[in-house]
Design a protein around this ligand. Structure first.
Ligand code: IDP
Ligand code: MG
Length: 149
């Protein structure tokens, strides 16, 4: 089963949308296997977003993601990466479809509420940045057979 890293970004926490965002993933059917409340420091932010280093928005992105606490979680399910990005919506909320997190709850690209890993390699790298193996729980949910075929 595939795993992905999701972050409720500082704007999501500050706006009181933490539960709303988690709830959308939970109701979709993902199994939560890790979760923590933390503040990202500059070194971690630079590692996470290394692919954007040198771009015009990089400094703004680092100060945004380090500006307050976040909730970081690992979700599990078949095709978790693509499905969770569909639930998140397009990067720029102005293009995100209604019904998606960004399409319902955000307006601007630099305040887009949530992060989700983009592909398998990113997911593995990002999960290892934020979680130790011991912090990820292998468990079976009583409802799994009604959600996973
Ligand atoms: P993603 O979060 O949908 O994977 P990426 O292109 O990987 O999108 O960009 C990472 C994050 O950087 C975005 O979620 C957004 O917060 C921020 N970002 C990306 N492009 C811009 C931009 O042009 N201006 C401001 N912030 C941006
Ligand atoms: Mg990305």
């Amino acid at each position: 089963m595939e795993r992905t890293l999701i972050i409720v970004k500082p704007d999501g926490i500050q706006r009181g949308l933490t539960g709303e965002v988690i709830s959308r993933f939970e109701r979709r059917g993902f199994r939560i296997v890790g979760m923590k409340f933390m503040q990202i420091d500059r070194a971690l932010a630079e590692q996470h977003y290394f692919e954007h280093k040198g771009k015009g928005f990089f400094e703004g992105l680092v100060s945004y993601i380090t500006s307050g606490p976040v909730v970081v979680m690992v979700l599990e399910g078949n095709n978790a990466i693509d499905i969770s990005r569909n639930t998140i919506g397009k990067t720029n909320p102005k293009d995100a479809a209604p019904g998606t997190i960004r399409g319902d709850l955000a307006l601007e690209i630099g305040r887009n509420i949530v992060h989700g890993s983009a592909n398998e390699a990113d997911a593995e790298r990002e999960i290892n940045l934020y979680f130790t193996p011991a912090e990820l729980i292998d468990w079976s949910r009583d409802t799994d057979r009604w959600i996973f075929e």
